[in-house]
Design a protein around this ligand. Structure first.
Ligand code: SF4
Length: 445
């Protein structure tokens, strides 16, 4: 169980020396309890206190890194069951299988398709994260060929899947410096797999046929010195998996049960595309940290990546764009000037609609703490005064020969006040972004 600030405080030197960067030992203890600092920041802590506090100050779920460099994936490290309690930190990684029994041509084709699974949503680049190479052929050479090809043709981190330790080691020799995830240590091979994970410094999946077996294996593997661990509770049906993942997450976060304090991997094999999407979506929501899929159709991946983005955005930090004057197309002094808030979803709805109108325009984005138009207006973050100030800062009068500004239809009520504040004529635009092309081509003209 995590200790409270007061329980931690009892073990501290209580000198209030400030060397840790906090004004008092109590403040440091509270920050430590909230996982906002680390024990090593206090140089005067005794060895005895260190031992007492170290296990309590560890995060309830370990963060595990797969791969190296710009595409490396971090999973786990979560501290709450529900996003609204605080936030989630590391999005569920999405992996795609690559069977070594495919013909070389098909392997190349599949890797090419996986590499192309990249999207952009509200200005954020999104992609799948892992390639899971599976030793289906039971042939070490074919497995190594597939590993080599994936290593050469893709920058994504890898999962190496085999029941054959020799094949795994041969694969690791090809790609160990990319820190692949080894799948998996089981009841009958855990010592060999632990040996490989140690020798090549790679994270290791522990597979248990049920939670009891997973518990006992996790204790053995971790006791043997492996820290980067991913758990697979073995269930493959929707109900059973959700039940197991929820138990693992609850026991790790609520009870501080260390053997289950690691990220979880699962594989999805739906009978059709719709079933696969619904299963994967459920696992992303509760509580898989890696979901490996067989299908690579963009129409399957895009909704899953979108769902993941929605779940893993920080509810305390709205997604914002920089408040400034944007040019859409190549506007001139006669072009329209539109204004809206710096909520990303608003910006990335309005900007494409202006583009679609083919009327080059200026788009003034006003600082509104990342809130949407109506919310910002109701919270007095999108005000006539704020817009007038943003117009001055962006020096819009120097760019335009006219003095007209278009406000969103939802805030028509601020027209008169904004005219007083800015001295400009205020036009009321459409309420929805979809009305912008018609408005710019018709009403504005
Ligand atoms: Fe207290 Fe240690 Fe911080 Fe000094 S460094 S204020 S002793 S917690």
């Amino acid at each position: 169980m995590a200790l409270t600030g007061l329980e931690i405080y009892k073990h501290l030197p209580k000198t209030n020396c400030k060397k840790c960067g906090f004004p008092t030992c109590l403040a440091f203890a509270m920050a430590l309890a909230g996982k906002k600092t680390s024990l090593d920041k206090c140089p005067d802590i005794t060895e005895e206190a260190k031992i007492a506090l170290e296990s309590a100050s560890q995060p309830p779920m370990a963060t595990v890194t797969i791969g190296k460099g710009e595409n490396q994936v971090e999973i786990g490290g979560e501290t709450v069951l529900f996003r609204h309690e605080k936030t989630f930190y590391h999005p569920c990684a999405i992996g795609i299988t690559l069977s070594d029994s495919l013909e070389k041509e098909k392997i190349l084709e599949r890797i090419e398709k996986v590499n192309k699974l990249k999207f952009e949503r509200i200005g954020i680049p999104l992609q799948v994260n892992l390639i899971a190479i599976s030793d289906d052929s039971n042939n070490q050479d074919k497995f190594c060929d597939a590993v080599k090809t994936a290593t050469e043709k893709s920058n994504l981190p890898l999962i190496l899947i085999s029941n054959n330790p020799q094949a795994l080691e041969a694969g690791l020799k090809i790609c160990a410096e990319r820190k692949p995830l080894i799948y998996s240590a089981k009841e009958d091979n855990q010592e060999t797999m632990v040996g490989l994970a140690k020798k090549y410094s790679c994270p290791l999946v522990i597979y248990g046929k049920n939670l009891e077996e997973l518990d006992s294996l996790s204790q053995k593997v971790v006791a043997s010195g492996i820290k980067d661990v991913v758990l697979d509770p073995g269930t493959r049906n929707l109900g059973g998996s959700v039940q197991d993942f929820t138990q693992l997450r609850r026991l790790a976060l609520k009870r501080g049960y260390r053997p289950f304090g690691y990220p979880v991997i699962t594989f999805v094999n739906g009978s059709d595309l719709y079933q696969e999407v619904s299963m994967a979506a459920t696992y992303i929501a509760k509580y898989a940290n890696i979901v490996v899929l067989d299908r690579i159709e963009p129409e399957e991946i895009l909704p899953l990546i979108t769902l993941r983005q929605n779940i893993y955005t920080d509810p305390q930090k709205p997604i914002m764009v920089e408040p400034k004057l944007y040019e859409v197309g190549t506007p001139n002094e006669n072009s329209p000037l539109l204004v809206t808030t710096n909520f990303s979803l608003t910006f990335f709805t309005v900007q494409p609609e202006i583009e679609a109108s083919k009327v080059p325009s200026y788009l003034l984005i006003v600082e509104a703490e990342g809130l949407s138009v109506l919310t910002a207006w109701a919270a007095e973050k999108f005000t006539p005064e704020g817009i007038a100030e943003a117009m001055n800062k962006a020096e819009v009068e120097k760019k335009l020969s006219h003095k007209k500004i278009i406000i969103p239809g939802y805030v028509a009520v601020m027209k008169a006040k904004l005219e007083d504040e800015s001295g400009w004529e205020v036009l009321v635009g459409p309420k929805e972004g979809s009305g912008i092309p018609k408005y710019l081509k018709g009403t504005w003209q």
